[in-house]
Design a protein around this ligand. Structure first.
Ligand SMILES: [Zn+2]
Length: 295
């Protein structure tokens, strides 16, 4: 199984178009410790021919240009992208579907409520449903997608920002993914408000964990003067602190662990920073665009 990180940053990317926080300022200056990152998406392949995207970011076209395995390989119309698995209807997870609209056969798999949210938005009518199959991915029911076995499972999360204040906002449940091929397992949990015992049990023994690295500390945006919400309020457990990801995953056996979906304010984006070193000391690393892992 090949796992390729297309984009490692959270919504907005790094640097973010309208931000000069401490980390973005370094990125804008071209500091080599802070390579630019596109918005979160991962491509997985069982055979190196057909690739499954985990979420479709607004940067998808750029990600296809920068990742040769995703470029068309046959004459005429062709794409190695066989399917997109969508974990929630956040703008940074679905906007890339609009990039895949040029009459290409494709499967879009997502939990039923996420498919309904996509279906309810007329802009996604650009996906020709005679070619694009919408496939419900029900929690706990493994599905074969382009040679991979994909199982969705519920995680503590929150609804997309644009749905806050609607009746559906109470149905706040996020989606993690377990992806298996030839006895190898990848756990993908990039929006998680709490690491529960159930989640730890489910992920234990995986060969790779891609986990929510949005914020270093819970009050990061508040302290930077960039927002009023804590990480947990936004559905993201912080990396550091009591109940944070480093503590919560410490004793769980996993082959390799990477933080993904890292917000542009997060100091772990700066190579060599005390926060990056703390993450590395704890056996983690920070995903980077273009990184490929073979399992
Ligand atoms: Zn910033």
């Amino acid at each position: 199984m090949r796992v390729r990180i297309l984009g490692s940053a959270a919504g907005g990317g790094s640097p973010q178009w309208n931000c000069r926080c401490a980390v973005c300022a370094l990125a804008w200056a071209g500091d080599s410790r802070v390579p630019w990152r596109t918005q979160c998406s991962t491509a997985v392949s069982a055979d190196g021919e057909r690739w499954v995207l985990l979420n479709a970011s607004p940067d998808l076209r750029q990600q296809i240009l920068e990742n040769p395995p995703l470029r068309p390989a046959r004459d005429g119309r062709h794409s190695p992208i066989a399917a997109v698995v969508v974990t929630n209807a956040d703008v940074d997870h679905v906007a890339g579907l609009l990039t895949l609209r040029e009459g290409q056969k494709l499967t879009v798999a997502a939990p039923p409520q996420v498919l309904a949210q996509i279906d309810a938005n007329p802009i996604f009518g650009v996906l020709n449903r005679e070619l694009v199959a919408f496939r419900p991915l029900r929690p706990g029911e493994p599905q074969e997608i382009a040679g991979l076995e994909v199982t969705a499972f519920p995680v503590a999360a929150k609804v997309p920002l644009w749905m806050e204040g609607t009746a559906d906002a109470l149905a706040a449940e996020g989606t993690g993914l377990m992806i298996e091929s030839a006895g190898r397992r990848v756990a993908h949990v990039t929006a998680c408000a709490e690491v529960t015992d159930e989640l730890r049990r489910r992920v234990a023994g995986s060969d790779l964990l891609l986990f929510d690295g949005t914020l270093w500390r819970d009050d990061e945006l508040v302290r930077a003067g960039l927002g009023a919400k804590t990480g947990r309020r936004m559905g993201h457990v912080p990396i550091a602190g009591a109940g944070g990801a480093l503590e919560a995953w410490r004793d769980v056996p996993v082959g390799r662990r990477l933080f993904l979906h890292v917000n542009n304010t997060n100091p772990v984006l700066v190579a060599g920073s005390p926060e990056r070193l703390a993450v590395q000391d704890a056996g983690w690393d920070v995903a980077a665009d273009g990184m490929e892992i073979t399992l």
